[in-house]
Design a protein around this ligand. Structure first.
Ligand code: ARG
Length: 459
């Protein structure tokens, strides 16, 4: 039975119920709803609304419901209740009669749902942080397994300069660290408690809002009742953080799909995270990576959808806001799965270090070294750049790498070239010369790797 039937003489149409009811999805907040109700019953007792015995009855019944919810014993599918709040209240009334009917005194589903959803988001941001840490650990382990490996670094998908493979891993570590800090940052703003704001104007009962906030683990109560019931910034921030992180995952996936391609051949993915073709027996497709890339669509869509939903809403609560949940629930699920599968992909991959090295040595990726060499010989960089370009052109004509060009040919382009140019053109030379904070030299990369491993152990 609806919570609000008194004023109505006809029941809802079944199509209206289909559009209006949120129990099919907001049941995920069952635990939070019960937790909030326990604290509300205590607040009502302290405010003199419920006797000690009534409060105790409610708390006991809610605790039993919590246990049933945890054990998966609550039959949401068979329920005709509108949403999780009505479901819990109906269960209490079923069990306790009039005592159950007292729980909603001074409370609205508007402050209730805002509180429940904050609690739900808070819990999930905590576990998503752990997923991100796990992915960071997988990146660091992958870097550790291939400490010596050099791969081509790209700009415009053209071989640009050689880099340590570990440097590539650590670039993604930086991105996922920022995602963690974004989660921590949103947790600060999220952690204010709407309960006690009533439908929109505050409650008439003298409940202690500081105490309510504290019991639910919030830092403080929300300061304005109108804002408290109609604010969904915390969901938007979650969706933005998820979108940004999914974008990072997707870029990593894109790199790995390319590295795994027959053309690059830098690495192989494990059988556990790839699939075959129903027609072409030779295929081993990077499906896990493609799905990480593909699932960005729905996550970015959820962010866009909620922004659009919120943008025209007058204060305070409007039912449009019930649309905040499905996208957020799906986003949290997808983000969680993608973080976990990304971890599995990294754990499964094996790098073909020889092939990586060959590729890094090709494509004239040492041309910058040549320009820098000329700088050391006293030539301005812009001139050196031009000369190095001419060398590349000559090498292309001879179809050979720069380091295979005879000295006489180099000197014909610039008389500053000498025998000492050849060591400069070696692969390791270019890499290790970037021995600067944030650079790709083997030494700085290993230092950074150990630093990150140490940071992670402190978590
Ligand atoms: N199921 C609703 C939601 O998720 C709960 C709030 C309903 N409040 C109301 N006044 N109709 O937003």
């Amino acid at each position: 039975m609806a919570l609000w039937g008194g004023r109505f003489s006809a029941g809802s149409s079944s199509m209206f119920r289909q559009v209006n009811d949120s129990l099919p999805f907001d049941q995920v907040m069952a635990a939070q709803d019960m937790q909030g109700s326990i604290v509300w019953s205590r607040a009502l007792h302290k405010a003199g609304v419920l006797s000690e015995q009534e409060q105790q009855q409610l708390e006991d019944a809610l605790t039993r419901l919590q246990r049933q919810a945890e054990a998966g014993e609550l039959d949401f599918a068979a329920s005709t209740e509108e949403d999780i709040h009505s479901f819990v209240e109906a269960a209490l009334i079923d069990e306790l009669g009039d005592v159950g009917r007292k729980l909603h005194t001074g409370r609205s589903r508007n402050d209730q749902v805002a509180t429940d959803f904050r609690l739900w988001v808070r819990e999930h941001t905590d576990s998503l942080k752990q997923d991100l840490y796990q992915l960071i650990r997988a990146l660091l382990n992958t870097a550790n397994r291939h400490q010596e490996a050099i791969i081509p670094g790209y700009t415009h998908l053209q071989r640009a300069q050689p880099i340590m493979f570990a440097h590539w891993c650590l670039a993604y570590v930086e991105m996922f660290k920022r995602d963690i800090s974004r989660l921590e940052d949103l947790q600060k703003r999220l952690n204010q408690c709407p309960l006690g704001s009533g439908a929109l104007a505050g409650t008439t009962y003298p409940v202690d809002r500081d105490d309510i906030a504290q019991q639910l683990g919030f830092d403080s109560p929300c300061l304005n009742s109108l804002d408290a019931v109609s604010d969904r910034d915390f969901v938007l921030e979650l969706l933005f953080t998820a979108s940004t992180s999914m974008m990072h995952i997707s870029r990593m996936a894109e790199d790995l799909i390319f590295y795994n391609s027959g053309e690059a051949g830098f690495l192989q993915l494990g059988d556990t995270v790839t699939s075959g073709s129903s027609l072409m027996p030779q295929k081993k497709n990077p499906d896990a990576l493609e799905l990480m890339r593909g699932k960005c669509g729905r996550v970015f869509g959820a962010l866009q959808a909620l922004l659009v939903t919120m943008k025209g809403l007058p204060l305070a609560y409007n039912k449009d806001m019930q649309e905040d949940k499905e996208g957020a629930i799906d986003t949290v699920n997808q983000w969680h799965c993608c973080l976990c599968i990304a971890t599995e992909v990294l754990d499964s991959l094996s790098l073909n270090e020889t092939r990586c090295r060959e590729a890094a040595a090709q494509g004239y990726a040492n041309a910058t070294e040549l320009a820098d060499y000329l700088v050391e010989k006293g030539i301005p960089f812009r001139t050196g750049h031009d000369i190095a370009g001419k060398v590349v052109l000559a090498a292309l004509e001879q179809s050979c790498p720069i380091e295979d060009m005879p000295l006489a040919d180099l000197q014909a382009i610039c008389d500053k070239f000498d025998d000492d140019v050849y060591p400069v053109l070696q692969l390791e030379y270019g890499v290790n010369k970037r021995n600067i904070l944030g650079g790709t030299s083997a030494k700085t990369v290993i230092q950074a790797l150990y630093q990150e491993l140490e940071n992670l152990d402190k978590q």
